[in-house]
Each structure stands twice: as structure tokens, then as C-alpha cells.
Ligand binder design. Structure first.
Ligand code: COI
Length: 355
């Protein structure tokens, strides 16, 4: 892993755009903070790290990422705790996953300490952009693109790593209706499903559009081979409560190893629930719904946080799922995670990075 040898250069905006933000009606992912970080990979080394005003990129139309999608990204969130410090949730996990994604896409890795350091530098500079409203946060988007000006197929020799941040409101403002997808496939064994690679998201757009036309905000993907086993929801992992058990599909090469998902499972175990990470068939969930054993279903992800599911559709039938009650596990774990990130409860798992 080649490491940058040059110093981080910082150029600040001459005038902040922060006063233009409508903090009350904050959308997800449309408002961008003042600065961004850029670092280039050339001659097998990361070099020229710089923080500068958020601005457009200039790329030749031949830039390889534009044609073949050699790109990976991460999603993280920063909060401001009651002491006014910035708090990052499990940032090291994002740094590690970024590198796993990069390896799969034949891209260079970034030392985790450097990755975290650059996130800290950027977020520190734009710390006033961290919203304080309940449920809002500063979403951090690190990503990397292949930048060779070359139309042939081969791994690029040059890359651009960037981080920008956006103050965000909720991704889903209410419980979601989801459709179990049994025709299209998000990921197959041996593919890139576990990586946060742009193409995974691009290929899910068409089936998601068809489902949206039928009134569903999300798909629950099933395995590529038989369409029998539940995988994930694309924008988030899925978790179910059946009886006293909290269950979720086991991470594999077709499922993103979600950081919120694994945090929820750890908390559930600590709270005395039986937890299982295993293969879950669609038939098992439908039977549990029919037998009134499915207490709830929800998505878990950085952007989505905890997103209760109100309807699961399978083979043309809409099944209503309990949601919206404060005594449900998802509501309790969401509340706990919110307090955890804001430093209102003890950091017992050592998940918070403060600065
Ligand atoms: C995230 O949760 O951070 C993601 O990258 C998912 C994306 C749908 C915004």
C-alpha cells in the first residue's frame, strides 16, 4: 500500500455558503458543505492531498470511470455531541470497508489512519455544517474514481480519491413499503455485491423503478440462483424480529457488510434477544407473517439509519407489518443509537471517535 508523502494543503473558501441553508427543511444529499478533499494516485503513490472549496471537477470525456464504472464509495455520518465535539460513528469500519471495496474493484487502497485523518480534517473545517436538529447529521461521502484517459479495458493507473460532506435530513421520513424481488438480481456469488461499488447501485435502478411504479419505495433482493433467500435492500440491510429472535441474512459476497446492521445485532444480543445471522428464506418470513410471529421488519444503514417497514409485498400480495410503536425493538434501538452518537449514553463498545 503506497502512502502519500506530501502534506495536506488547505485552501479555504473566501465566503461560506452556510447562510443559504434551510436547516429546517433539509433534504438528503442535495446540500453540500463548503469544502472537499482531493488526493491523486499517480506512479503507484497517493500524492497531493488537498482540501479546497467544493467545486466541479474537470475531466476528459475519455476518463475511464465514465465508461466502465471503476469507482467505490463509503457513507459515514458526523454528529455534534452535547459538549460541542464532533462525533463519528465506527469510522474505522468505513475505512476498512472502503479498502475491501477498492481491492475488489482493482483499485489502490488507502491506509486507514490516513483515511480517518482526512475525514477528521475535512469535517473539522466544516464543523459548523453539522446539523443539530433531531434525526439530522452531516453525511460524509468518501469515494474514488479511475481517472486514466483511456477507452480500452484495463485497471486504471491513476485515481482520484475525494471526500465531500452534506448536512442531511432523514433518508426515509416514514415507514417504507418494500417488494420482494424475484425476477431481477442485485448480486451473484463471486460478483461485487459486498463492495460499495457504483455499478451495484446503477444496476438496481431499473428494477427499483418498476417497483416504485407499483408503489414500493424499496426492493428486498433475493439470491441470484433461486430467488428463495433474502439478501438486502440495496439502500440498507434488512433485519426481522420473529418471536424473541432478531434475525438478519448473514454477510456474504452478495450482501454489503453493513455497519449499522452489525451494530444493531450486537446491541440486540446485549439486550438479551436471541440473535441469528444466517440464511433466511422468503418462505420463512411469509409463514411468520401469516402466523403473526413476525413482530417487525426494518432496514438498517448509514443513510437510512433504522427504517421501519410497513408493507412487504410478495407474489402480488401486500402483507402489513407492525410498525410505528415506541415499544418495538427498532424504535428502541434507533433511540439508543441516536443517543449513543450524540454522547448521551456511555460509549460502551468504543464506537465513537470524538474531536
Ligand atoms: C449509505 O447508507 O451510506 C449508503 O451509501 C446508501 C446509499 C443509498 C445512500
Amino acid at each position: 500500500m503506497a502512502t502519500s508523502t506530501t502534506q495536506l494543503e488547505i485552501t479555504k473558501v473566501s465566503k461560506s455558503r452556510i447562510n443559504e441553508v434551510d436547516w429546517v427543511n433539509l433534504p438528503f444529499g442535495k446540500v453540500f458543505s463548503d469544502h472537499m478533499l482531493v488526493m491523486d494516485y499517480e506512479n503507484e503513490t497517493w500524492a497531493k492531498p488537498a482540501i479546497k472549496p467544493f467545486e466541479n471537477l474537470s475531466l476528459t470525456p475519455a476518463t475511464s470511470v465514465l465508461h466502465y464504472g471503476q469507482t467505490v464509495f463509503e457513507g459515514m455520518k458526523a454528529y455534534r455531541n452535547k459538549e460541542g465535539e464532533v462525533s463519528l460513528f465506527r469510522a474505522i469500519e468505513n475505512a476498512k470497508r472502503f479498502n475491501q471495496s477498492a481491492k475488489r474493484m482493482c483499485m489502490p487502497t488507502i491506509p486507514t489512519a490516513l483515511f480517518i485523518n482526512y475525514v477528521k480534517e475535512l469535517v473539522s473545517l466544516d464543523r459548523n455544517w453539522i446539523p443539530t436538529e433531531e434525526g439530522h447529521s452531516l453525511y460524509i461521502r468518501p469515494f474514488m474514481i479511475a481517472t486514466d484517459p483511456y477507452v480500452g479495458i484495463r485497471p486504471s493507473a491513476t485515481y482520484k480519491f475525494m471526500i465531500f460532506t452534506c448536512p442531511v435530513g432523514k433518508y426515509y421520513s416514514e415507514p417504507v413499503s418494500v417488494k420482494i424481488e424475484t425476477e431481477y438480481t442485485r448480486a451473484a456469488q463471486g460478483g461485487t455485491g459486498y463492495a460499495k461499488a457504483g455499478g451495484n447501485y446503477a444496476s438496481s435502478l431499473y428494477p427499483a423503478k418498476l417497483a416504485a411504479e407499483q408503489g414500493y419505495q424499496q426492493l428486498i433482493w433475493t439470491d441470484a440462483k433461486e430467488h428463495k433467500y433474502i439478501e438486502e435492500a440495496g439502500t440498507m440491510n434488512v433485519i426481522f424480529q420473529v418471536g424473541n429472535k432478531i434475525i438478519t441474512p448473514k454477510s456474504s459476497d452478495t450482501i454489503l457488510d453493513g455497519i449499522t446492521r452489525k451494530s444493531v445485532m450486537e446491541i440486540a444480543k446485549d439486550w438479551g434477544y436471541e440473535t441469528e445471522e444466517r440464511q433466511i428464506s422468503v418462505a420463512e418470513i411469509i409463514t411468520a407473517i401469516k402466523n403473526n410471529e413476525l413482530k417487525e421488519a426494518f432496514g438498517a444503514g448509514t443513510a437510512a439509519t433504522i427504517a421501519p417497514i410497513k408493507i412487504i409485498s410478495f407474489e402480488g400480495v401486500d402483507y402489513k407489518i407492525p410498525n410505528g410503536k415506541n415499544d418495538l425493538f427498532s424504535a428502541k434501538v434507533l433511540n439508543y443509537l441516536n443517543e449513543y452518537k450524540l454522547g448521551k449514553v456511555e460509549d460502551k463498545y468504543n464506537w465513537i471517535l470524538k474531536f
